[in-house]
Design a protein around this ligand. Sequence first.
Ligand SMILES: [Zn+2]
Length: 143
Amino acid sequence: MASSAPCLFCAIVRGAVPAHKVRETERSLAFLDIHPLSWGHTLVVPKAHAAELPEVSPEDWADMTEVARWVALRLRKVLEVEGNNLFVASGTAAEQSVRHLHIHVVPRRQADELAFNEWWVSKLQPTDPDELAKTASVLRAKG
Ligand SMILES: [Zn+2]
């Protein structure tokens, strides 16, 4: 869906705003995040504007994930990266900042202090096996 508001990532795709490009395909562009969580933090965007996951085509999404995989492997090869977190925020409730879908490829090193798992574990909710089974059933159901 097109937006009437100026889109920063569309401007980067058009070349109207400069970016440090890492990889480009017919459908996707990868460039360095100017506010990195760690050295080499890269964003992968579809060239065709899609604000959120429901708007991106399966073909563009497939290309974005392949580019993200390529970036993650490249980071490991040339920037002494030991692991990666891939992260997508889709929608206001998910705290998406730029309204053009993007995959964060976050380089991880043993010595970094990002501590995602510490935050994650602190947010875990108690589970009820019956509720899990019911939720999975609802998700599998057609429609
Ligand atoms: Zn855009």
